[in-house]
Design a protein around this ligand. Structure first.
Ligand code: PMP
Ligand code: GLN
Length: 381
């Protein structure tokens, strides 16, 4: 059998998690919380698991009551009320949503513009459709898009532009002006937009999340993805959703129905129960900012040099003073094996293995975990 993705190994998140387990290292590599979802959500799930009639297939686009709750929350947060019938699709995590969007719109030879570093599934999902990823670099330390380079990379073959704010792995966030600039660039093109907003509730330092959902011009050509896994500390539930105008949603659902058909029923009921409680997600910016600040404070005395992190789950750090000349994959392995702290090498987010001696720490961890990890790193100088 000839592989369709011969150059792709196992996802770096699985690799580092396995290495962490083998060496009993503290896992600050894979992005998942080491604390549980809010109690009311767990109780709601228990209730629905015990409710006769809630254990069979949900409707293909998602439970109506969950789509209605998503519509209502979107209206409150972004001033736009997507139609639950034609503009909201519940997906098996943002992962399935991303894949379904690519499968729905990318044809062989179509170009998909990715800002790099990029989340690891984007490029393989494009290539599996016969699409061609076109990479525009984001430059350290701020990893802000250079819109002139984006403009230069657009072509008549550009089918899709992918943005991700707050950004994995860098924590960069897009401003309202960024979205306006992008709208101007796309105005006279046929390109669609895919906006990965799974970290929408984690923006720090008083800044707002600038959602494509709140931008009428952009959202008219956009798929906007979110993940309940991130919002409710329930990454293992694998439930997310995609907002898109009716014509785009229709194409998405054509594919979604044949990837997974529908998403698990009791989890959707449980999420529909708690979604109206805005306090649960309104607390997230402060909750995660505190974790970011703690990790930064704990790493400050070490030889790591910290880059900015404006949102999301992640803190990028340079190890150039700790291990001059060492590549980031070797450094990450050694840190896991010898210091007992697992991180992700940033080269994993680049198609050509670009290595700037940077690693990613996940701070979606309890204070005790972050302190224990830092205690293992203090002697690194
Ligand atoms: N996009 C980004 C940027 C992510 O970080 C993640 C999760 N790690 C996903 C998509 C996938 O989300 P989900 O877990 O809901 O499939
Ligand atoms: N998004 C998570 C991360 O960036 C991992 C998700 C996964 O393991 N697929 O670490």
């Amino acid at each position: 059998l000839t592989s369709k993705l011969p150059d792709v190994g196992t996802s770096i998140f699985s690799v580092m998690t396995q290495l962490a387990q083998e060496h009993e290292a503290i896992n600050l590599a894979q992005g998942f919380p080491d604390y549980d979802p809010p109690r009311p959500l767990l109780e709601a799930l228990a209730r629905h698991v015990l409710t006769p009639g809630h254990q069979q297939y949900a409707p293909m686009p998602g439970l109506p009551r969950l789509r209605e709750a998503i519509s209502h929350q979107t209206a409150l947060r972004y001033g736009y009320t997507p139609d639950p019938a034609t503009e909201i699709t519940v997906t098996s995590g943002a992962t399935e949503g991303l894949y379904a969007v690519m499968a729905a719109v990318v044809r062989p030879g179509d170009e998909v513009l990715l800002l790099e570093p990029a989340y690891d599934l984007y490029a393989p999902a494009v290539r599996l459709q016969g699409g061609v990823p076109v990479y525009v670099p984001l430059a350290a330390p701020n990893f802000r898009p250079d819109w002139d380079r984006v403009a230069a990379a657009l072509s008549p073959r550009t089918r899709l532009v992918l943005i991700n704010s707050p950004h994995n792995p860098t924590g960069a966030v897009l401003s309202a002006a960024d979205l306006d600039t992008l709208a101007g660039l796309l105005r006279d093109t046929d390109a669609l937009l895919l906006s990965d907003e799974v970290y929408e509730h984690m923006v720090f330092d008083g800044a707002a999340h600038n959602s494509v959902s709140a931008h009428p011009e952009l959202r008219a050509r956009a798929f906007v993805l979110s993940s309940f896994g991130k919002t409710y500390h329930a990454t293992g539930w694998k439930v997310g959703y995609c907002l898109a105008p009716p014509a785009l949603t229709a194409e998405l659902r054509r594919v979604h129905q044949f990837i997974t058909f529908s998403v698990s029923t009791p989890t959707q009921h449980a999420l529909a129960d708690v979604l109206p409680d805005a306090a649960l997600y309104e607390s997230l910016p402060a909750f995660y900012q505190q974790k970011r600040d703690l990790l930064r404070e704990l790493l400050a005395p070490t030889g790591f040099e910290l880059l900015p992190s404006g949102g999301g789950y992640f803190q990028v750090a340079s190890f150039k003073n700790l291990a001059p000349g060492l590549d980031d994959v070797t450094f990450s392995r050694r840190l896991t094996q010898e210091s007992g702290v697992a991180v992700v090498p940033l080269s994993a987010f680049y198609h050509n293995g670009h290595d700037a001696q940077l690693v990613r720490f996940c701070f979606a961890k309890t204070e005790a975990t972050l302190r224990a990890a830092a205690a293992r790193l203090v002697d690194l100088k």
